[in-house]
Ligand binder design. Structure first.
Ligand SMILES: CC(C)(COP(=O)(O)OP(=O)(O)OC[C@H]1O[C@@H](n2cnc3c(N)ncnc32)[C@H](O)[C@@H]1OP(=O)(O)O)[C@@H](O)C(=O)NCCC(=O)NCCS
Length: 113
């Protein structure tokens, strides 16, 4: 696990983690959060783009995220960065044993920007 903090004017403004899984050949972005008083002005999009750049440096082929389906702000951030939903079969497989029926999205890290 690698953690990242975005700082603005010397104060933490956003946090996120990369969960690097060499066995599964994927990197999951997790625990993303923007300080409540800093939301709605593009910090979430910047956080996702920054984490994605770091994920690409692992040389692994795929980035994944899981999102509660009604989290419109998070979904917008991921879609802006080029994440697309996994297919229904994968979604069922990824959600087996999970406490919630997450939306799962994927990004090919080998694709050019
Ligand atoms: C999700 C989160 C990281 C987004 O951060 P943010 O800084 O507010 O996001 P941005 O300002 O970059 O906005 C990103 C997009 O979400 C949209 N958005 C923001 N708040 C929204 C809301 N409450 N409802 C719907 N859309 C919203 C914005 O309009 C923007 O889309 P657009 O560029 O197409 O207009 C932030 O809300 C957060 O920390 N939430 C709590 C923790 C969480 O849910 N983490 C994600 C777990 S998967």
């Amino acid at each position: 696990m690698r953690s990242w903090l975005l700082v603005e004017d010397e104060a933490p403004v956003a946090y996120g983690e990369l969960w690097v899984d060499v066995e599964e050949q994927e990197v999951e972005l997790g625990r993303l959060i923007v300080r409540p008083d800093a939301r709605g002005r593009g910090v979430g999009r910047l956080l996702v783009a920054s984490l994605l750049r770091q994920a690409a440096r692992t040389q692994l082929p795929t980035a994944l995220v899981r999102v509660v389906p009604d989290n419109a702000a998070a979904l917008a951030c991921y879609r802006h960065a080029g994440f697309t939903p996994v297919d229904d079969e994968e979604r069922r497989r990824f959600n087996a044993g999970q406490p919630l029926a997450y939306e799962w999205l994927r990004h090919d890290l080998r694709a050019p920007d």
